[in-house]
Design a protein around this ligand. Structure first.
Ligand SMILES: C[S@@+](CC[C@H](N)C(=O)[O-])C[C@H]1O[C@@H](n2cnc3c(N)ncnc32)[C@H](O)[C@@H]1O
Length: 246
């Protein structure tokens, strides 16, 4: 296995889905035409201000952006910031590209496309396991890291698959600036307990909540995600754990 920089490395096991059954025409077009223009992978991509073609106030990372609603919403609402989104599921990546370009299934597709022609310019994408990207990101690169509704793997025998674990936390802490925000949202009772327990033992972070409202209410800059909507429809209450890198 090779990492994003093309160096040989140990393959981390990934247990989720990478591909859906079908990639439809517009999505295939976006993955072929638009993704290469927005893709980051190597160490040299993580040079500021080149990464976003100019200075940015804050640089943020979203891990497992799913269909991209939060990533796209944040980027659109905050053009002064830059966003790197990571997602392994091909349909999710294509969905984000659809949000950026406005291209939908059934639309007439152009022969080619320029990502810079669309109004949201501050998103870069990595379409592989984030653990293969970490080693290419310099220390203290990000102001914020979002991990929203990660797969809960609620069964005890699958607990080792949960993203919130000491190895990943070490990397998240390393790529965050001192004082930076690490936001974890979840609706799953097992994962809520898992986050509280695991983060309590992680010396790199402090929980910023002072009262229930600080973690049971949607943050002021929040954009709703697909999995959050699913949780709400099914009667589960999401929570938002905001941690600060010490
Ligand atoms: C339950 S979904 C949540 C998606 C989205 N954040 C939302 O709230 O709608 C978790 C997502 O994380 C992605 N994911 C899981 N592990 C990942 C990893 N190591 N690197 C990148 N993406 C990952 C999965 O492919 C999946 O789309």
């Amino acid at each position: 296995m090779y990492n994003a920089a093309g160096n040989a490395c140990e393959t981390p096991k990934f247990f989720g889905r990478r591909k859906g059954r079908v990639i439809r025409k517009a999505k295939a077009f976006l993955l072929e035409q638009m993704l290469p223009q927005l893709k980051v992978s190597s160490q040299s991509d993580f040079k500021l201000p080149d990464l976003f073609g100019g200075e940015k106030k804050e640089i943020c990372l979203e891990i497992g952006f799913g269909d991209g609603q939060h990533l796209f919403g944040q980027a659109k609402n905050n053009p002064q910031n830059g966003y790197v989104g990571v997602e392994v599921f091909q349909n999710g990546v294509a969905n984000l590209l659809g949000l950026i370009s406005g291209i939908k299934e059934g639309d007439h597709l152009p022969d080619s496309l320029q990502a810079s022609d669309y109004p949201v310019h501050n998103i870069r994408v990595f379409d592989v396991d984030v653990r293969l990207l970490f080693q290419n990101i310099p220390d203290g690169f990000f102001d914020k890291v979002f991990l929203l509704f990660p797969d809960p793997w609620p069964k005890k025998k699958h607990a080792g698959r949960r993203f919130v674990n000491p190895d990943n936390l070490k990397e998240v802490a390393r790529v965050l600036k001192k004082g930076g925000l690490f936001r974890i949202a979840t609706d799953h009772p097992v994962y809520k307990r898992h986050v509280l327990r695991t983060m309590h033992h992680c010396e790199a972070f402090v929980w910023t909540a002072h009262c229930g409202d600080d973690w049971k209410r949607e943050p002021s800059d929040w954009v709703r995600t697909k999995y959050q909507m699913k949780a709400l429809r099914e009667g589960r209450r999401p929570v938002w754990f905001d941690y600060q890198k010490v």
